[in-house]
Write a protein that binds this ligand. Structure first.
Ligand code: NI
Length: 175
């Protein structure tokens, strides 16, 4: 377990299509997932994808509320802590909504990105157990952002109005 270096926009691994994971429950996959959680928590992110620590595999983790919620303390997290391997996303609504996004690989910046408001996502946890959920709004946005990383897509390339793209400290917006 370790906090890994988060690579930033411009690094070639962030533009690659990541490889499908073939074997579940292996020490390598568990170590990768542990490193993703450690790195995400150390960086204060809501999600992170394996390519962001320079591992080109189809693995993301995300959650809002932290791992503590998994143990049943406190209120349920708005987004449950989730490990998602080989994810597939199916949009369930024609509606797209614009919303602010940021990314650990694009530090200090934010922009407004259109995303599907309702999706089904499926995939597997690190042990190969099937995950299948229908989610909306912010949860759907986070999953779409993280899964984009597996196809070499960073959110700035999805921004429609580039006047929304800028540094946190300069944008005149409350988050
Ligand atoms: Ni990101």
């Amino acid at each position: 377990m370790a906090v890994r270096t988060v690579i930033r926009m411009g690094h070639p691994v962030l533009r690659r299509v990541a490889e499908t994971v073939a074997r579940f429950g292996t020490p390598e996959l568990r170590a990768l997932v542990d490193d993703l959680w450690d790195t995400m928590h150390a960086s204060g992110g809501i999600g992170i994808a394996a390519p962001q620590i320079a591992v080109a595999r189809r693995v993301v983790v995300f959650g809002l509320g932290g791992r503590a919620d998994k143990a049943g303390c406190g209120r349920p997290a708005p987004i449950p802590p989730t490990v998602l391997v080989n994810p597939v996303i199916e949009p369930l609504a024609d509606t797209m909504a614009e919303g602010w996004e940021a990314c650990l690989s694009v530090p200090g910046l934010r922009g407004v990105v259109p995303r599907h408001t309702r999706i089904r996502y499926s995939g597997f946890d690190a042990d190969g157990n099937r995950i299948d959920r229908v989610v909306e709004d912010y949860h759907a946005r986070v999953v779409q952002h993280e899964c984009d990383h597996l196809d070499g897509v960073l959110y700035p390339s999805r921004i429609r109005d580039m006047s929304t793209f800028g540094f946190d400290e300069e944008l005149d917006v409350e988050f």
